[in-house]
Design a protein around this ligand. Structure first.
Ligand code: HEM
Length: 519
């Protein structure tokens, strides 16, 4: 028993014995036994660490697709419903914030309407989207319904054809010298139409301003584009454009009962109407009853592009339809929104009255507005800019990659949609102070309150809105005559602003007007 205990002690001692590597030469073999594993572990650790770090660096440097889940091809919806619901409820900021959190990056991808869609950040993404030409990014509207309804029109022109159209329109329709000639026409139209449909109302009458202003501004744009002055014709055209517009952001099912079908029917009637205008104008031109430069219709019929090309009738129809739609709805919605924001802010209203009464005082005998008057409406324009910042009429820039390219270390593949929304730019609290607050003073110093490439109410660069100056003129003239003839208050101040391509008001934008002469 005692021997067993001694053996156990001996073997334990042997097991626990630590050789003294420094003193005994006989322990050299023990030295090898100890150092080898330590070195092995150290070297392995170094190699592994290096590989992890090196691989990590290589991966970060190697372009990869932006983060974000994609839907299964063909059968998957991805974020279609989520995005559409957020967009129509004016909650794109919430959608984008959630995606950025999920993906851990302000540049992310998802599937919308069956297409891989990459959201870019601001200001860099906005700069890229607005400056890139057709070799990198093309304008290719989504969804298919939008593209179909505006086919053969401006928005679907690309490359050389696009440049030719843009130059042609700028030389003969949108140029500043031409707009100055149009100013009296715009003012006469606004005055007449306010007189016809607003001044006839009782004092204190409640008016659905959005629809009324749309009629007013469709009249203005239709006279400039087509020479149309008959208010009955405008009255017929407007509901057609409204139905046409409602089909832009829907599933493109061309079967009775579907919105897209109704919109295509309205489209057919608009096309028929525009073809009639072409026939009528050709006759008038031939008989010397119309001038070749009186409006864009005449120009398109009589003036070739610099390359000597005359537009075909179907192109003239497509372009006029685009200009009418893009011109009246955007401008009218902006004016309607501005009236709402101004009605909620007495200080803004007073400053506007001050600016416009000074302009009116500077004129003798109530003369028409001049180009200089418009230029001096600086505060008014800031109010409009802030209106479009808080509620952008067009809330995204949308393009399609025409080639593979790299952005901030991410690969973007040909055919992918590439978007930047106002949620990531002009309404982004990281870029704009208190973005939800209506404050026209942020535009006092260009590029300060609203940094460059964070705000694009008319787009910028290559595909910038060609109607920007015209829109500005129409909006300022309309605002001037509203301020002059009415005071207004909101009947439904809490009406929700929703989106169906452009913003609209749940329950309409009801205002109560008090007629008068306010300056
Ligand atoms: C408040 C008024 C307006 C606003 C806010 C507005 C805004 C815009 C925006 C954001 C774009 C897209 C730019 C892009 O994709 O980068 C655009 C394009 C366009 N706008 Fe306007 N617009 C207005 C008035 C007008 C007017 C009055 C007209 C003509 C009568 C017009 C005609 C067009 C056309 C033809 C395009 C397509 C340009 C292209 O594809 O190259 N817009 N507009």
């Amino acid at each position: 028993m005692a021997k067993v205990a001694a053996d156990i002690r001996l073997s334990l001692h042997h097991l626990l014995e630590v050789p003294n590597i420094f003193t005994t030469s006989s322990s050299q073999s023990s030295l090898v036994y100890f150092i080898f594993p330590v070195l092995l572990v150290a070297v392995t650790t170094i190699i592994l660490t290096w590989r992890i770090v090196a691989n990590g660096m290589t991966d970060a440097k190697r372009p990869r697709p932006p983060p974000g889940k994609l839907a299964l091809p063909i059968i998957g919806f991805g974020d279609t419903m989520k995005f559409m619901a957020a967009f129509s409820r004016r909650e794109t900021s919430e959608y984008v914030a959630q995606k950025i959190k999920e993906c851990g990056s302000p540049v992310f991808k998802t599937t919308i309407l069956g297409r891989t869609t990459v959201f870019l950040d601001a200001p860099d993404g906005v700069k890229l989207l607005t400056s890139a030409t057709d070799d990198i990014l093309i304008k290719n509207s989504v969804p298919a319904s939008f593209q179909r309804l505006l086919s053969k029109g401006w928005m679907n022109y690309r490359g050389q054809e696009f440049k030719a159209l843009k130059n042609h329109a700028s030389d003969h329709f949108f140029g500043l010298d031409i707009l100055q000639r149009y100013l009296p026409i715009v003012e006469r139209n606004v005055v007449e139409q306010i007189g016809r449909s607003w001044m006839g109302q009782e004092d204190g009458a409640v008016i659905e301003s959005h629809s009324n202003i749309k009629t007013l501004l469709l009249g203005v744009i239709a006279e400039l584009c087509l020479g149309l002055t008959d208010s009955t014709e405008i009255g017929k055209l407007k509901p057609l454009f409204e139905i046409f517009s409602q089909g832009m952001f829907v599933v493109p099912v061309n079967l009775p009962g579907f919105q897209f079908y109704r919109s295509l029917q309205a489209d057919k009637q608009i096309i028929r109407f525009l073809k009639q205008q072409i026939t009528r104008r050709r006759k008038e031109l031939k008989e010397g009853r119309a001038s070749p430069s009186q409006d864009f219709l005449s120009v398109l019929l009589t003036v070739p592009t610099k390359d000597g090309y005359y537009y075909k009738d179907e192109e003239i129809v497509g372009n006029l339809k685009t200009l009418l739609w893009a011109g009246y709805d955007t401008s009218a919605t902006t004016v309607t929104l501005a009236l709402r924001y101004v009605a909620k802010d007495q200080k803004v209203y007073e400053q506007l009255i001050q600016e416009h009464s000074a302009i009116a005082r500077s004129k003798q005998d109530n003369k028409c507005l001049t180009w200089e008057d418009l230029r001096s409406m600086k505060y008014s324009w800031r109010v409009i800019l802030e209106t479009m910042r808080v509620t952008p009429v067009i809330a995204s820039i949308m393009r399609e990659a025409n080639n593979d390219f790299e952005y901030k270390g991410f690969t973007i593949k040909k055919g992918w949609k590439v978007w930047c929304t106002s949620a990531q730019s002009s309404q982004n609290p990281d870029l704009i102070d208190n973005p939800d607050v209506f404050d026209p003073s942020r535009f006092e110093q260009p590029g300060v309150g609203v940094p460059r490439y964070t705000y694009f109410p008319f787009g910028m660069g290559y595909r910038q809105c060609p109607g920007m100056e015209l829109g500005k003129m129409v909006i300022l003239v309309t605002l001037h005559h509203f301020l002059k003839n009415f005071k207004w208050s909101l009947v439904n101040p809490e009406a929700k602003i929703l989106y169906a391509v452009l913003p609209y008001f749940d329950g309409g934008s009801l205002i109560r007007i008090s007629k008068g002469e306010y300056f």
